[in-house]
Design a protein around this ligand. Sequence first.
Ligand code: PEP
Ligand code: CO
Length: 454
Amino acid sequence: MNTSWSPSSWQSRTALQMPIYPNENELQSALHRLAGLPPLVTSWEIETLRERLAEAASGNAFLLQGGDCTESIDECSTDGVVRQIKVLMQMSLVLMQASLKRVVRVARIAGQYAKPRSNDTETRNGVTLPVYRGDIINRSPFTPEDRQPNPELLLKGYERAALTLNFIRALCVGGFADLHHPENWDLDFCKDSQIARQFHQLVDSIVESLRFMETVTGKAQSETRSAEVFTSHEGLHLPYEQAQTRQVPRREGWYNLSTHLPWIGYRTAQLDGAHIEYFRGICNPVGCKIGADTKPDYLLKLLEILNPHRIPGKMLLIHRFGHQKIQDYLPPLVRVVQGAGHPVLWVADPMHGNTVSSPAGYKTRRFEDITSELLQAFDIHQQLDSHLGGVHLELTGDNVTECTGGARGLAETDLHRAYKTLVDPRLNYEQAMEIAFLIAQRLKQNRPSADTAH
Ligand code: PEP
Ligand code: CO
């Protein structure tokens, strides 16, 4: 591997999943403007996240990473952002209460706009057009105008990401995130559901304990009045990522300042490819998706390239095998990483290996397949003396019908009612909370017992 790196050195490698822009000058003009705009996140936030992820890797915290498969520029709305943050806050509270550990919240938000696709084109009724690659590249309606890659969308996506992040920051330091008032996190449409009732019972007991502590100590618990939420997206569209890759005063190295945690998708993780070349040079913590095609010797080389100095909290391995494959494919990968002594944070993505088609042609996922992979992941890591430190989920605070199953027993014939995703099916609010309670149960088994705490 060539050791000289720059934000543009990826350009000498093969970059998969790139759109073909009709006009190179227009693309360069958009990128030039993007490179001059202020960053979305800061290096010190990124470093804080890295420290938190190091805690998760060593078992002292747990990562909750979740959000849309792909964000929509048109649906960047007050309600959409609020619901997404609310569901993450509610889930994290359930996990914290069960594990007695910090939960690191990372949203797939404020930049999750570029999608890898299996084919370059899509054909409908004999008409072939470029495939939809995410709102930062082209648009989803099946017309030649919409499907034409448009570099102005890079700027539009960046602006929507900035609006989204600005709002999240305001929510998280204001009364919204105050643990004394978790009623602020309620979602309007689900007050009466069984899962919401379960959540409210938990919240009542937390608020009571908090008040008790404040009475006893005579001090307000100020740390409970704001919340940390970090952002992440797939670092797929390298020209966009490059334009936001900067050096900052008084720190060495380069930071991708478009998001705290960029990750490498499953389809673009070739050792000699452009994406790995780009990612090896940035200081952000970096996720990489791995799956049934990932070979142990490849994985070791990948870790040596992406985290040669073995910095704790730097490297996340996000595994997505499918519920029928994880048992066979995960153990050899865990063993080889253990053997090499690489510090990685293992994260389970139980979504992307479990996608199926419904008879009516909807891309869907079964709740029981998702939970099966997730629980197997916990078990396998435990059996191998390894440690599952987080989960990566596609979910929404919206009341959608995209995944089947869950407490309400959503059937394949229900999918059409509110199937809104532009690419992959997401857990809806209730399904997401149900998973949070399930993970909580699992984390509770591992928490320090009262007997050993003193
Ligand atoms: C995703 O996370 O939306 C995705 C495309 O995943 P993967 O790269 O694992 O297929
Ligand atoms: Co997806």
